[in-house]
Design a protein around this ligand. Sequence first.
Ligand code: LLP
Length: 418
Amino acid sequence: MSCFNYIDGELHAEAVPVRRIAEQYGTPCYIYSRRALETALGDYQSALAGCDHLICYAVKANSSLAVLDTLARCGAGFDIVSVGELERVIAAGGDPARVVFSGVGKRADEMARALEAGIACFNLESAAELEVLARVAEQCGRRAPVSVRVNPDVDAKTHPYISTGLKENKFGVSVDEALRVYQRAAELEWIEVIGIDCHIGSQLTQVSPFIDALRRLLALVDQLAGLGITLHHLDLGGGLGVRYADETPPAVADYIAAVRAELGERPLKLVFEPGRSIAANAGILLTRVEYLKQTPEHNFALVDAAMNDLLRPSLYQVWMDIRNASEDEAGERASWDIVGPVCETGDFLGKQRELSVATGDLLAVFGAGAYGFAMSSNYNTRPRAAEVMVDGNQLHLAREREQLADLLRGEHRLPGQD
Ligand code: LLP
């Protein structure tokens, strides 16, 4: 079920025509559907019914307060990778006691703030990080709950930039090293060992790599139990893929059922850190065609969104669906490259798309709810887009379009010149 549908030839976000949103808030503009977010989270919740669990939405995928607020109200926990993300969760009404802290380079000040806020778990990435956390916990007078991120060395079969569970990646520690880290952690007064975690990559379209990783983690859980170290939760990270083009990722229910079957009778709480599978299809990027430029080789449609607004096509050369916001059955189709105004050849949203476009048309990039706005920048001194949340027939401005003054704030010319 999608919450972005064509009704009488006009693209709607839930019950609102996107054309109306463009008129009210301008373009480029990210549009999110509250119902789509709730449904995606609900899929995880129903698949995990009857089993002790915590769903920690990966904030990095889309950290808009309105998105976090929507999910927090439905009982989600959160996976954070910085103190900034922690402050966002708190500002959005999220419960720090349902937060896990991932991230390869946590600073001592970030650890202290997370301890003070009372987060659920620190997902440790190295033996050195354990020592720093133990010192910080002692200084704060609070025991730190920890899990060790195991790098299970499995091939997630995804894009190399978003594959994280191979031994050549910088993430986590090997199974052998994890054993040593757990033994050391168990000796430390200010550390409380509670779980184990992994995250093998993103946009996975098969269940088998998750199950391979899970088996390696479970073998370690059993081994640790034999050494008197009892773990209470197992966190399989995020990574479940979505459909951008013709991928056929497993349904959440099938993925979770396979995990539950593998777990057997072990009394472990299950934790997941989904980002993309919650947010990607809950958002679109709306952009307007500014110019058409036709050369003997190419048809370029220059739009007002660019790589600074949506980096995924440029950075990973991934295909994201682009459609006209008004379906014009009669219009003649041609092959268009959809490109932005940024001064880079790599600035494109899509290439060779069969579309019927005219200057002034609105185009929608689908699947832009995850790693869209969150990865946007001010490159070329471009203010970042507005973000709008749709709820039925209601519109909510989640984030105002940036103004140029916002971009210059905090900058200073050199002294001594008028
Ligand atoms: N947990 C950890 C520790 C992670 O590193 C990530 C994503 C997640 C959870 C959430 O994974 P998801 O469910 O969203 O796959 N910018 C890239 C994706 C980078 C993912 C980084 N880590 C993209 O646009 O495809």
